[in-house]
Design a protein around this ligand. Structure first.
Ligand code: ADP
Ligand code: MG
Length: 506
């Protein structure tokens, strides 16, 4: 498995390839490459890529995620780069996939491939545990604003209980402005119950799951806000699994694991959003497991959200999964038509805008994939009327709905793609998002994911949540399958061509 790399005396080298740009890379996964030292052409090519990347990301992002990468070799149109850890690789793939793809194509040509290698130590563990070269956020200012929340270690060296800390609650999210409907009935009742008696009900932990933009963050933030309003001395902390992970890695790096652990022990109500990103991060999970136990035993409240139910979480320790199910597990679903109407009416009132019912109905009927999209279309309608001085009309609403989450004229949205793919294959969205393995449905689902990846800026992760909470590797696999079919299956070629024409990208 592992191969010694002569240039590194401490660490053995294992090849853990993951296809990223290489959509035809399926055969490479277990291959081992002979590498002696970084070759100069690889370094030169990667430098060119870096120049482009630098122009497209913020300085701190570049420093954190791209500077630590080393180019290793350039051979057979394949550029191999080395990243310090699995976590690093996942982060890059999740956040910078599109940018990397464009850059690699531009510099190396469209037939090229990119291959990652993850450094591992002699025992086969990734270096993640040693946090080598992982982002150094330690200089970030410790304030509670939303904008820099990713970068903060909220714990000081000793963390006495009275010490102030940013709780990351956003007062915008309240129960009062959360519209209840059939789709979120149980989740909102559970949330309200917990907010009245945190740690004292059977709903511990409260675990809310569901697709993106359906109100999970809103609900759990509303719990936190309600509790703090009722009793300002209750220590509430809202975080998410990514921030928890970054803080933990930084704590390791700075020899502050004890402080990190102690800080979390002082919290009365711990809210961890999007825990699906704990997936595969064993050490972080281990720490979170102990945090969970300590808080639970002390009668503190835990509140978690995820894009899928506990049992479907992948690469999450069974001990954690079983604990996640100790309390109340509830989902939030796509809002039905009536709830969509109610949300639109309420939000337009909040914005001080009276919108005729035919327009509200039109939006409610056509925007159905999430509350976030619903909100987005309403806001952009209002913006067009109040800022661009357009007349409020059904035509304007139609224009807006077509452009939801598509700021430029040419952009197309996932709704466009879902609408056309479901029409084309004659399967409803439920089938595409469902679990069926029937060949025709699987194909339609893969086509939809492929087109979404190709024509929208959505990340693999986001696309997955639209299709029944599938994870990013499934989406990646689907894209690769379609790319393979495009090489040898005429019916798929014809389908992709037609759909591309229909959605206006040809
Ligand atoms: P999630 O965390 O599930 O991805 P969010 O909680 O971020 O979704 O919700 C997306 C947006 O939709 C937020 O602005 C939120 O306030 C709004 N929203 C979601 N559900 C509702 C609801 N039932 N009533 C009012 N606003 C909602
Ligand atoms: Mg959320």
């Amino acid at each position: 498995m592992a191969k010694r790399l002569p240039t590194l005396d401490l660490f053995a080298q294992a090849i853990r390839t993951k296809p990223v740009v290489a959509r035809k890379l399926a055969t490479v996964a277990k291959a081992q490459i002979e590498i002696t030292a970084p070759d100069s052409q690889a370094v030169m090519l990667w430098d060119k890529c870096l120049e482009i990347i630098k122009d497209n990301v913020a300085g701190q992002v570049f420093k954190t995620w791209f500077e630590p990468i080393t180019a290793l070799c350039w051979k057979d149109s394949q550029l191999t780069i080395q990243v310090p850890s699995q976590f690093f690789y996942e982060w890059i793939e999740e956040h910078y996939y599109a940018l990397l793809q464009k850059t690699i194509y531009q510099v190396l040509g469209s037939k090229s491939k990119l291959q990652y290698q993850v450094l591992v130590n002699k025992s086969g563990d990734t270096l993640e545990q040693r946090a080598i070269k992982l982002p150094a956020f330690r200089n970030a200012p410790a304030t509670g604003t939303q904008s820099n929340q990713q970068n903060i270690l909220p714990f000081a060296s000793t963390t006495p209980v009275h010490q102030k800390y940013p709780n990351y609650l956003n007062s915008r999210y309240t129960f009062e402005n959360f519209i209840r409907g059939e789709s979120n009935q149980l989740a909102s009742s559970g949330a309200m119950t917990v907010s009245e008696a945190p740690g004292k009900t059977r709903f511990n932990p409260l675990f809310i799951y569901g697709g993106t933009g359906l109100g999970k963050t809103h609900l759990v933030q509303a719990i936190g806000n309600h509790i703090v309003q009722n009793n300002s001395s209750t220590r509430v902390l809202y975080t998410n699994s990514e921030r928890f992970t970054i803080e933990y890695v930084n704590a390791i790096q700075n020899n502050k694991v004890n402080e990190f652990t102690n800080f979390y022990r002082t919290i009365d109500v711990l809210i961890v959003d999007d825990i699906q990103f704990f997936s595969g991060k064993e050490k972080t999970q281990d720490n979170f497991f102990h945090t969970f136990n300590a808080l639970y035993q002390a009668g503190k409240q835990l509140i978690l959200t995820s894009d899928k139910p506990p049992k479907e979480l992948t690469d999450v320790d069974d001990r954690l999964i079983s604990r996640f199910q100790w309390g109340l597990t509830v989902d939030v679903q796509l809002p039905d038509y009536e709830t969509r109407m109610a949300i639109l009416q309420r939000k337009s009132l909040d914005e001080g805008f009276e919108i005729p019912s035919d327009i509200i109905e039109f939006i409610a009927r056509h925007v159905f994939t999430s509350v976030r999209e619903l909100e987005g279309s309403l806001i952009s309608l209002i913006a067009k009327v109040s800022l661009d001085r357009r007349e409020l009309s059904l035509d304007l609403a139609k224009e807006v709905v077509r452009g939801v989450s598509a700021p430029s004229d040419k952009s197309i949205t996932i709704q466009d793609i879902i609408r056309e793919v479901t029409k084309f294959y004659n399967f409803p969205l439920e089938d595409l998002a469902g679990k069926s393995r029937k060949h025709e449905i699987v194909l339609a689902r893969q086509v939809a994911m492929y087109l979404t990846k190709r024509y929208t800026p959505l990340s693999l992760k986001n696309i997955g949540t639209y299709f029944g909470g599938r994870d990013h590797t499934t989406v990646l696999h689907s894209c690769q399958m379609i790319t393979n079919y495009l090489g040898n299956d005429k019916s798929v070629v014809a389908a992709i061509e037609s759909l591309t024409r229909i959605i206006g990208r040809d």
